[in-house]
Design a protein around this ligand. Structure first.
Ligand code: PNS
Length: 161
């Protein structure tokens, strides 16, 4: 069965990577789908995020990295994928995630959302927190794959701010 792990991944964290690694054991193929959202100004382009994910998942087989626009369920139909994977970190994630799962199920009966409890080591971690730490000069080496840490340090040491 094909499963999609959709998200912004701006950028991918070790929490995301943990979910990808565990999903990889559960499904034949896991497609990491990077949402191209014209309403947001991301730190990294979709192309760069896909490259970062690709590099971070080289040790895994049956992982595909892709991007999509619009509704996740339409993308799932396109790929013939019956499952969406989402990580749950803390209780406060649950409300938004349940709302998304119900919305997607209402839009397309053929989709199931499977939640994986995030590894407790990463339960506090988010892409936003990583960016904030790096912005103020903190060390992010334990929070993101090394290639991504390099990209973030470079971002804040260049003219992008
Ligand atoms: O990493 P994120 O930002 O928490 O991921 C959220 C994402 C991309 C899974 C969600 O925003 C999404 O599915 N967006 C696509 C639009 C859509 O399908 N909306 C209806 C379901 S809420």
């Amino acid at each position: 069965m094909i499963a999609i792990y959709p998200g912004s991944f701006d950028p991918i964290t070790l929490g995301h990577l943990d979910i990808i690694e565990r999903s990889n054991k559960l499904f034949d193929t896991v497609v990491v789908g990077v949402l191209c959202n014209p309403n947001k100004t991301p730190m990294f382009s979709v192309k760069k995020r896909m490259e970062q994910i690709h590099q971070s998942t080289q040790h895994l087989s049956n992982i595909k990295v892709d991007s999509f626009t619009g509704l996740t369920v339409e993308y799932a139909k396109l790929l013939n994928a019956g499952v969406l994977i989402r990580g749950l970190r803390v209780l406060s994630d649950f409300e938004k995630e349940l709302q998304m799962a119900h919305t997607n199920k209402t839009l397309w009966e053929g989709i199931e959302t499977i939640f994986l409890a995030t590894n407790k080591e990463y339960s506090f971690l988010s892409s936003s927190i990583v960016k904030e730490i790096a912005k103020f000069g903190g060390n992010i080496d334990h929070f993101v794959p090394s290639n991504v840490a390099g990209d973030i340090y470079h971002y804040y040491n260049s003219d992008h701010q």
